[in-house]
Write a protein that binds this ligand. Structure first.
Ligand code: KIV
Ligand code: ZN
Length: 383
């Protein structure tokens, strides 16, 4: 198995399925250019059956994607495969992901068919797709709520029909990390070491990233994820968190990605701006507070040695230095360091104490004191 973990970014497809998000052609192209710059291995550009406009947007995306795969999501229908071929006709490395339900629940309720009927659809559509695409991935929808024997049957049938890779999606965010890892290990053993195995996790129970990392530990070599974790319902596993975990805990995972890590923050900001989905302050890796230190005890530690409370620097992911937050929890060490950064030299300990007292008074309700406000406090009380 290759050492590198490949990243398949689906911000433009599953990410766009987040309620309230719609990327137009220009937005898709702008994000794709940035993903290209970041160095993801695969960009899932959209769902061609959605509309003619979607096909045009995918075509435009595929023209700016170089040196990596452009993928589309297709149902197990010949008509969908034809639309996929049209959408990817300009792509350097086109990939068709053919999806069909595999759980008993989805097969019965959504399709009103038997397992054998859906299996036939999969075989036919994968065979048809493999004549039009160099690479075809079969994705078994709702795989994590499917009995193992049935799942094995679907994956083996798809591979015999010409699929070059398989995808295990946790469509409804139901799996738990250890369990998902075991499932991935089982399917890896079934398909052998050389077949691409993609996983795709949702975050309904808040473990999308943990599931993705467990999958990497157990033999997945392609991780499908989105920027800022946007996606259907509670979203997808967040790309920036997975990639940062693999980089920062390389000692544990022993697998790298090929991404330029210092492009992560810029990409996250771009996706937030164009999707209209704000990034929570405490969001790992890309949130405003991800590298900020607030408590006096923490500030004291960081001032002596950053590694006391930082497992990575903001520069690793291209995030701006936030450093010391001046607010309710600030202590003497933090305020002194901040004043030094701002080149403020107070004349006496009494002046310093007045400034600190005022900071705490103004910040008691949780409002942080920005540099301009701190300087105005110094002007008023620090002389
Ligand atoms: O979560 C999922 O199963 C998907 C498929 C449609 C691939 O996004
Ligand atoms: Zn999904």
């Amino acid at each position: 198995m290759a050492d590198h973990v490949q990243i398949s970014d689906t911000t433009l497809r599953d990410g766009e399925q987040a309620a309230g998000v719609a990327f137009g052609l220009a937005a898709k192209v702008e994000i794709a250019r940035q993903l290209n710059q970041l160095g993801v291995d695969e960009i899932e550009a959209g769902f061609p059956s959605a509309s003619e406009a979607e096909i045009e947007a995918i075509q435009a995306v595929s023209k700016v994607v170089t040196g990596r795969r452009t993928a589309v999501l297709l149902r197990a229908l010949r008509a969908d495969i034809d639309k996929g071929a049209e959408a990817l006709k300009f792509a350097e490395q086109p990939v068709a992901t053919v999806v069909a339900p595999v759980s008993d629940l989805h097969i019965r309720v959504k399709f009103g068919k038997t397992h054998d009927e859906v299996l036939e659809m999969v075989e036919d559509s994968v065979r048809y797709a493999s004549k039009r695409f160099q690479q075809v991935i079969f994705s078994g929808e709702d795989a994590t709520r499917t009995d193992l024997a049935s799942l094995e049957r679907f994956y083996l049938a798809a591979l015999s029909a010409g699929a070059s890779m398989v995808s295990i999606p946790d469509t409804v965010g139901y799996a738990q990390p250890e369990e998902f890892g075991q499932l991935v290990a089982h399917i890896r053993a079934l398909i052998g070491p050389d077949v691409g195995l993609r996983i795709h996790c949702h975050n309904d129970l808040g473990v999308g990233v943990a599931n993705s990392l467990a999958a990497v530990r157990h033999g997945a070599n392609i991780v499908s994820c989105t920027f800022n974790g946007i996606g259907e319902r509670a979203g997808n596993a967040a790309l920036e968190e997975i990639v940062a975990a693999l980089a920062i805990r390389e000692d544990y995972y022993r697998r790298k990605t090929r991404l330029k890590l210092d492009e992560i923050y810029a990409t996250s900001q771009l996706v937030s701006r164009l999707s209209g989905v704000a990034i929570g302050h405490t969001k790992p890796i890309v949130g405003d507070n991800a590298f900020a230190h607030s408590a006096g005890i923490h500030q004291h530690g960081v001032l002596r040695d950053r590694t006391t409370y930082e497992i990575a620097s903001p520069q690793l992911v291209g995030a701006p230095e936030r450093g010391l937050v001046i607010g309710k929890h600030t202590g003497h060490h933090g305020l002194r360091a901040k004043l030094t950064q701002l080149r403020v030299d107070l004349p006496s300990q009494a002046a310093f104490d007045r400034v600190l007292a005022e900071v705490k008074l103004r910040a008691h309700n949780g409002t942080d004191i920005d540099d301009a406000t701190l300087l105005s406090i110094v002007d008023g009380l620090g002389r």
